[in-house]
Design a protein around this ligand. Structure first.
Ligand SMILES: CC(C)(COP(=O)(O)OP(=O)(O)OC[C@H]1O[C@@H](n2cnc3c(N)ncnc32)[C@H](O)[C@@H]1OP(=O)(O)O)[C@@H](O)C(=O)NCCC(=O)NCCS
Length: 408
């Protein structure tokens, strides 16, 4: 049996890449917001609230914040104003301002993120595509003009859920309440821009405490198995592994890669949704999606491999995210595989199929996260270590899907 270690947390995420940036600020926004100019009276009211914030006279309540946000939406340059932030009677001993992230801040975001997740940060690979997502905003907090925190919010589930991702605070600013304030700021932005959002969702893998459970409901959890290998080296052994499994009589179950046009019907079928998905959720590389058509449209824009054992009545399904670079080293990639189902023979076969696909070409080293039904973890760790002969990079950890209501 493998020991359970406690290591720094791995990343959560993904990225839906699509067209235009969210109209909030920055050059692209000026034109789109020019049409919502308020009346002079409204502008006067907004200015006085703004003035109050600046002089620290007006508490930053949700309703005042709403006014503040509407001010942002008519005068983007004001987003760069600096405020003394006050929330819940807690005053931050610093002054922060918030901006919508652009490509320009990439360097600062990367500098601030150095060392996050032990070098396995997904954000450097996702940042630029996140900025282009139509259903996403990436917000930065700055102090003295320097980026000190980031949070991204993605609107999914037919516009009813805000998915919170990417949260991070510069090491020197942690423990001061910055993340809390940034989270509240993003919630207010979402309330303003997406009034239909009812639910906040996020995935985490850090240890949850009583405070977290007061704040969130636990929707589901998956076990995470992290293994690493060199692509060329595994490629040279792949045929032998399959041969050896056949020789040993442990027949591999069938696996079929789905064509794009087949994915919707099969994954949205009652069999997959009700029987295989954990709490009826497609979790793709840390992003939880309800099995509904609009989400499948988002997922189909991504480079994913969907596999089932049988198209008519699947007993097991899995999806694999195309490898992307991670900062741990020059030639390192993340390969993330989400497994749906409880059968050991099937999960082993799906793993072999995905590894076979992704080692046929390519080079470098892979960190492979395999998300699965927790009870399968130990057998799969044994299989990876002793049959596929890849290195187990981390002991048992869990991916939690959390949810809370977004109160009006
Ligand atoms: C986790 C981190 C963002 C916290 O930043 P911070 O400014 O020190 O945190 P704060 O002092 O504002 O307090 C933490 C708040 O964030 C929340 N929080 C802590 N970890 C969180 C997480 N992983 N995901 C979402 N919220 C989290 C807490 O519940 C708390 O909320 P509250 O104000 O409603 O009580 C920071 O330590 C960090 O950047 N760590 C490295 C990156 C990381 O692990 N990010 C989390 C991704 S899962």
């Amino acid at each position: 049996m493998l020991s359970r270690l406690t290591d720094p947390p791995p990343p959560w995420v993904g990225g839906v890449s699509d067209a235009h940036p969210l109209a909030l600020c920055g050059s692209s926004m000026h034109s789109s917001l020019a049409t919502v100019k308020p009346t002079e009276e409204e502008q006067k009211q907004q200015r006085s609230v703004l003035q109050g914030f600046r002089q620290n006279k007006v508490p930053l309540s949700a309703s005042n914040f709403g006014l503040y946000l509407s001010q942002i939406s008519v005068a983007p340059s004001l987003l760069f104003e600096t405020f003394k932030m006050k929330f819940d009677n807690k005053t931050l001993d610093t002054e922060m301002d918030f901006i919508v992230a652009t490509d320009k801040e990439f360097g600062e975001v990367i500098a601030m993120s150095k060392g996050i997740y032990g070098g396995l940060d997904y954000l450097p690979s996702r940042y630029h595509s996140w900025l282009k997502d139509a259903n996403r905003m990436v917000i930065l907090a700055r102090k003295d003009g320097k980026v000190i925190a980031l949070e991204s919010v993605c609107i999914i589930d037919d516009g009813e859920t805000m998915l919170v991702e990417g949260l991070r605070v510069a090491p020197s600013e942690r423990g001061k309440g910055v993340a809390g304030i940034l989270q509240k700021y993003c919630i207010q932005l979402v309330k303003e821009k997406y009034p239909n959002v009812k639910i906040i969702r996020l995935t985490r893998d850090d240890k949850l405490g009583p405070k977290d459970f007061r704040k969130y409901r636990l929707i589901t959890k998956q076990g995470i198995l992290l293994v690493r290998f060199n692509v060329k080296e595994l490629r040279s052994r792949m045929d032998d592994i399959v041969h050896m499994l056949e020789e040993a009589g442990s027949e591999l179950c069938p696996t079929v890669i789905l064509e794009r046009e087949e994915v919707k019907n099969i994954i949205l079928s009652m069999t997959v949704s009700n029987k295989l998905l954990p709490s009826k959720t497609i979790i793709q590389d840390w992003q939880p999606f309800k099995p509904i058509e609009s989400n499948l449209n988002l997922l189909l824009k991504k480079d994913l491999h969907w596999i089932v054992d049988n198209k008519q009545c699947p007993n097991f399904a899995s999806l694999c995210t195309f490898p992307f670079r991670i900062p741990i080293g020059d030639d390192w990639f993340y390969l993330n595989i989400d497994m749906f189902g409880k059968d050991l023979a099937h999960i082993k076969s799906h793993l072999i199929a995905h590894l076979h696909n992704h080692t046929q070409n390519g080079h470098g080293n892979i960190m492979c996260q395999i998300f699965m039904e927790p009870s399968l973890w130990e057998d799969m760790a044994y299989f990876c270590k002793h049959v596929i002969c890849v290195e187990i990079a981390k002991g048992y950890t869990e991916q939690y899907l959390l949810e809370s209501d977004l109160h009006p």
